[in-house]
Each structure stands twice: as structure tokens, then as C-alpha cells.
Write a protein that binds this ligand. Sequence first.
Ligand SMILES: NC(=O)c1ccc[n+]([C@@H]2O[C@H](COP(=O)([O-])OP(=O)(O)OC[C@H]3O[C@@H](n4cnc5c(N)ncnc54)[C@H](OP(=O)(O)O)[C@@H]3O)[C@@H](O)[C@H]2O)c1
Length: 457
Amino acid sequence: MGNSAVPLDDGGVDRGLDLVGQVLLDGRPNDRRARSPGSRRVLVQQRDELVGELDEDLLASHDHMMAYVPTWDAPAAHGPRRERHGPVSRLDGVKRVALLGATGSIGRQALDIIDAHPGLELCAVAAGSRGEEVEQIARDRDVRHISIGGSPPLDALVQASEPDVVLNAVVGFAGLPATLAAIEGGIDLALANKESLVAAGALALAAQERGGGRILPVDSEHSAVFQCLEGRLPETVDTLVLTASGGPFRGRVRDELIDVTPADALAHPTWSMGPKITVDSATLMNKGLELIEAHFLFGLPYSRIEVVVHPTSVVHSLVRFRDGAALAHLGYPDMRVPISFALTYPERAPTPIPPLDLASGLTLEFRAPDEEAFPCLRLAREAGEAGGTAPCVLNAANEVAVAAFLAGELSFLGIAEVVERTLDALEAPAARDLHGLVEIDAESRRTAQALTRELVP
Ligand SMILES: NC(=O)c1ccc[n+]([C@@H]2O[C@H](COP(=O)([O-])OP(=O)(O)OC[C@H]3O[C@@H](n4cnc5c(N)ncnc54)[C@H](OP(=O)(O)O)[C@@H]3O)[C@@H](O)[C@H]2O)c1
């Protein structure tokens, strides 16, 4: 279900949407005369279904008020329609945001968006090692729920802070419990932490089936696809095309990658991001992780998800339809756009990002990725197609290898080698539950660490 702001003073009718939310006072259509002192509750109705309840005292104290009322189904691929566990309406129109990974690149940009939007209120923050920084973030915004270095655990933080939306911007597998807690708890999940969906796609979809929380992608490519797919019938979709900048080593052949350093890999041409994802962009593993993420988010087989290199990162992704048409999502590469879209969905709030200036001369160039120089993309596709916990093994091995590369212990080309050899070494049966998945992740890390040591000169 989507939430849409419905002006009560307008009878609660939002005519721009395909379903109509109605606001009733004690069962009668809402109008000023109906707001008698005896009316204690405002019922929010959508078609014949009661979907929310508002407090009459609060209603009376405002001249103009917005209620968040479910109005339409998100496309099936983004989550089945389910009853939400939490409150469906918020009288003041403010969305409470739990921001996990608040000190990181996405976290900081999310703070810009939240601080600038009166309809967004920070209710919880979490970080890993930068405790003082996250405490300052919380103090500045009067936030009481804080987690530092996993204390309290992120799933407990999510439950205690009662957010309307969780922005999971933690890096790596550490973000998984929060992803599952949000969607199982029926809470909207603005997902930047792609690793959790890669490692636990099947578990996440099962949690969504039970809890009904929607996943609103923050990755710019998936946000683009989400928007291109909105309102489309699944059978009209032909293929998804994810664009990749190609990273700092775009155009190089394999031999030219032998001696590249962490500093070289961290110099991304178009995006400013945290170190792990920047290295993933340089190896094209980031696009591989996104391929698996797209498979779980949009329910298409891998054979219908394509990757192309697009150096200027202006086209964030495309959807091809069965009639030969393709819809693309364009914009300047700035993560505040997809962050804002996910946090304010479906409102699409203004951001400081300028509109695209086509007359200034945009270069829209596309080419096939070089999978010989950048084998991580192929490895991810193979792991995704193999299914089971192969994506979890891939992700764990990659996290270990990237950390070793950033520490100066492993070569750039060694990253793909560690990942491939870890995948070859381990069975990857489907995990029955989170506990099983955590064990596979731990075993993959041990194997990848041993293989990394073998490759260290
Ligand atoms: N940056 C982008 O433009 C971008 C774009 C698309 C998707 N993403 C995805 O978004 C996620 C974050 O990326 P990023 O670039 O923002 O990374 P980043 O700058 O490295 O930030 C990572 C954040 O995660 C926190 N963290 C790490 N381990 C944690 C733990 N165990 N518990 C709680 N918090 C923990 C870090 O806290 P401390 O710093 O305090 O340790 C930091 O706040 C990644 O999954 C990435 O793939 C990023």
C-alpha cells in the first residue's frame, strides 16, 4: 500500500490517484459541520475498507491538515499488498525516519534531505565506529534512539523507535538484521544496503510476504527502474537495463590493472561514495551486486536483466517494454535524489538538485562491459543464477577481499580471484533461516580469509 497526503479539508479526496481515500467523521463524510465536540474519532476509509483512525482533538486544533492514507498498491514487484502492522495514518503528516549508517556517505546526504524537509523527522540513528559523530547527530536533532557498533542491535533499534520508514545505509552484511526487521514489521524500508538483499534475497522476500513492509530502493539504478515500472503491467516488461559508470578503470584491459592501488580505485569519476562501494564500482562487483538486487526487487530472471557501461551516469537505468519502447530515468548523478524519493514516496519532494540541462550538451554513450578485465560482474551473475546461498558466499568473499585490498594486502585483481575461489570451494545450499545464513556468511569469510593469505606475496 502506498501512503498519500490527503487534505482533510478537501473531504479527504485525492483525485489524482486511481483509488480514492475518504475521510469520515464517525461514519459520516467529513465536512466542517460534522466536527462536533461529540465526535471523538475520525475514520479514514478507502473504498469500503476502514484504513485508519485519527484523533479528533488534534483535528480540531488545525485549520488545514494532511493525513497519510493508503491510496494505491505499489507495483507487485515492490511488495505484495499486506495489512501493515503499524499505524496507517499520521495526523501531522510527519514521517518518522530511522537512519542506519548515519555517519556514512548515504547517511550524511540523507541528513541533508531530512533536515530540509518539514515532513520528515529523525527518530533513530545508528553507526558503526564513529560513536561521537553519531551522538552529535542525535543531539543536534533531539533523537533519543541511538545505536553504536551494534549496541543495541539494529533490529531492536528499529522496533523501539517505531519509525514509518527505515533508511538502511549501513555498509555490508551487518545491515541484514535491520532489513529483515523493517519489512517483517510492516515498515517501509528505504534500502541502500544492497548487500542485505544480495545475501538474503529469498529470506527478505519471505519476510515481506509475512510482514508486508515495502522496499523502496535507494540505489540510483533501482530507484530509476522502480519509477519506470510504476503503474506498468508485469507482462508488458521485456528487460531491465542497469547502467554502470565503469568506475575509474573504465577502458583498461586486464594487464593494465595489475598494479593499481587503493588510492587509484578510490578516485571514482562520477560518484562520491564510501570506500567499499567505490572499490566495488572499480571491479564492477557493484554492478554484479545490483544485478542480484534487481532480480529480487523486480522479480525478473537474470536473463532479462542487462548491464551496460554508460560513462556519464546521466541515464540511471532503463526498462524495455514488449512494444519496442524503452523508458529511461535521467538526472545528474546525485544520491540525494533517490534518497529523497524513497523517504518522501510517493510525494516526490523538491531537492536542491538542478533540473537536467539538456542544451548544455549531454553525452549519452553506452557500451558492453568488459568481463575479461572485470570478472566480478560475471561471477555475480553466475552466483545469482546458481541461487541458494551462492550470492551470500559471493558477498562475504567480496567484503573480505575488498577490505584486504584497501588494507594494501591484496592486489586489485586478487579481489575477483578470492571471490571465484571461495565460490568454487563452498557448497551453497539454500538457507532455511537467518541463523543458517549467518553461518554460511561466517564460513565464507573464513574461507576467503584463508585464500587471501595464500595470495598475499
Ligand atoms: N554512497 C553511495 O553513493 C551509495 C550509492 C548506492 C548504494 N550505496 C550503498 O549504501 C550503503 C552505504 O554506503 P556508503 O557509501 O554510505 O558507505 P560508508 O560511507 O562507508 O558508510 C557506511 C555506514 O555504515 C555504518 N556501519 C558500518 N558497520 C556498521 C554496523 N555494524 N552497525 C551500524 N552501522 C554500521 C558506518 O558507521 P561508521 O562510519 O560509524 O563506522 C557508516 O555510517 C552500502 O551498502 C552501499 O552499497 C551507497
